[in-house]
Design a protein around this ligand. Structure first.
Ligand code: ATP
Ligand code: MG
Length: 430
């Protein structure tokens, strides 16, 4: 036998019943996006490497060590599997001049790739849903995005998700804070870990985001960006707070919330849970007014978030909020191969009328015994067996037999029904 092949480490195959949970969640999200009038956008999974270097910032975890980058063997182009989708969406919006007739509300869902250490809630191929509002200065749209996410948690029945918000101000304010921060960290250089020392002059703000417990006290007491914000930034932040308060959305101001990408300004936020262990951030985002210009577009403001699908699914599981596995309405029992064409035609009519039917299919030894077919019908979870026996078919009929006492339907005892008007009685099987 040939050598076995397995999936790339940190990348998952998803079968039923989990795949049904994915589809269910995706459906819930599509429905929510439609009600908020966000429109779907689909961009390539592979982008030029330069897009992320320029878009996310050179001294970020993602660009420094997490990207799957490679050279196209055929033409030498430097390419990267997208580690996130905002940069690609912005590129596409610029390339297709999508803001020419006004701002846009967009959403996407799909796989992202980051070369991280695989663990619970952290994979190398993972999935995000993201919402982006481009061309709006806010803070109303910032609030809309946050409220939309909060509505999603509520509609999914999720609890234990708290919102943290912060303002990163504008570049000049960050610059002033940066100077104060560097001075403070230099004073305490002996307490910095290697990562922090390396970042001290390149990206000191990211030091505040450290996960090193030994540095928590140090970053706790560091100069706060909030104290360097100018009047306009404070107005924006306070207006956002007012809108959230008015919608009854609770939040905690976390002055150390900085986010992993360089492109953020003003509002940043994260939804976090304590129910998932270390990987507790389920959704994160913020305003990125500088990114469109940075990627070569005409300057325009923007704000968005991305949620981690695997983490939301794990939370749904932990909180017992996943739907039951779908079962077909009917299992078609086909004792003999003769008349299969008639059977398939009848099943097709039922399916066109919205009934889900699992058809028994034969094997090398024929159709199998009635007993084994009934066993399979039971195992399928179907509510009814449709029995296409020789005598039923000869009479132009099918016998409908209820299989489950725990899920009683419209037909409560074995009933013969005419094949010719299956579309008429189909609704009784759903
Ligand atoms: P973290 O601090 O957990 O690494 P991040 O700041 O890198 O998160 P973002 O880039 O903001 O994450 O991505 C948004 C969301 O996508 C995260 O809040 C998380 O739910 C999810 N996510 C990010 N990286 C991964 C991953 N490797 N595996 C699974 N989900 C992820
Ligand atoms: Mg990360």
């Amino acid at each position: 036998m040939a050598e076995k092949l397995s999936a790339v480490k940190g990348m998952n195959d998803i079968f039923a019943p989990e795949s049904a949970h994915w589809e269910w969640l995706e459906g819930k999200i599509r429905d929510l996006m439609a009600r908020y009038a966000y429109r779907n956008v689909r961009t390539p999974i592979v982008e030029p490497t330069g897009l992320f270097v320029r878009g996310l910032g050179e001294v970020t975890d993602i660009v420094e060590k997490e990207m799957y980058s490679f050279e196209d063997r055929l033409n030498g182009e430097q390419l990267t599997l997208r580690p996130e989708a905002t940069a690609g969406v912005v590129r596409a919006v610029i390339e297709h001049n999508q803001l020419y007739d006004g701002p846009k509300r967009l959403y996407y869902m799909g796989p992202m790739f980051r070369h991280e250490r695989p663990q619970r809630g952290r994979y190398r191929q993972f999935h995000q849903v993201g919402a982006e509002a481009l061309g709006f200065t806010g803070p109303d749209v910032d609030a809309e995005l946050i409220v939309m996410a909060a509505d999603l948690w509520a509609e999914l029945g999720l609890t234990d998700i708290t919102l943290e918000i912060n303002s990163l101000g504008q570049p000049a304010e960050r610059q002033a804070h940066r100077q104060a921060l560097i001075a403070y960290l230099e004073q305490h250089a002996d307490q910095l870990d290697e990562d922090a020392r390396r970042r001290l002059h390149s990206n000191p703000l990211r030091i505040l985001d450290t996960k090193n417990p030994a540095m928590q006290a140090l970053v706790e007491a560091a100069p706060k960006l909030m104290d360097h914000l100018g009047a306009e930034s404070l107005v924006h932040f306070n207006a956002l707070r007012g809108l959230l308060d008015a919608q009854g959305i609770a939040y905690r101001i976390n002055p150390r919330l900085v986010r992993g990408m360089d492109y953020y300004n003003l509002s940043v936020f994260e939804f976090v849970t304590t129910s998932l262990g270390a990987q507790g951030t389920v959704c994160a985002g913020g305003r990125y007014d500088g990114l469109i210009a940075q990627i070569g577009g005409k300057p325009a403001p923007a704000v968005g978030w991305a949620l981690g699908v695997e983490r939301i699914l794990e939370l749904l599981k932990a909180q017992n909020r996943l739907p039951a596995s779908p079962a077909p309405d009917c299992y078609a029992i086909v004792p003999q191969a003769e008349g299969q064409a008639t059977v398939m035609q009848a099943l097709r009519v039922l399916r066109q009328a919205g009934v889900s039917v699992l058809m028994h299919a034969g094997g090398p030894d024929g159709q199998g015994s009635m007993k084994s077919q009934f066993k399979k019908a039971d195992a399928s979870g179907a509510r009814y067996a449709l029995i296409f026996g020789e005598s039923e078919l000869a009479a132009g009929q099918v016998a409908v037999k209820p299989l489950r006492a725990d899920a009683p339907g419209a037909i409560t005892e074995q009933t013969l029904l005419p094949l010719t008007d299956a579309s008429v009685w189909a609704t009784r099987l759903r």
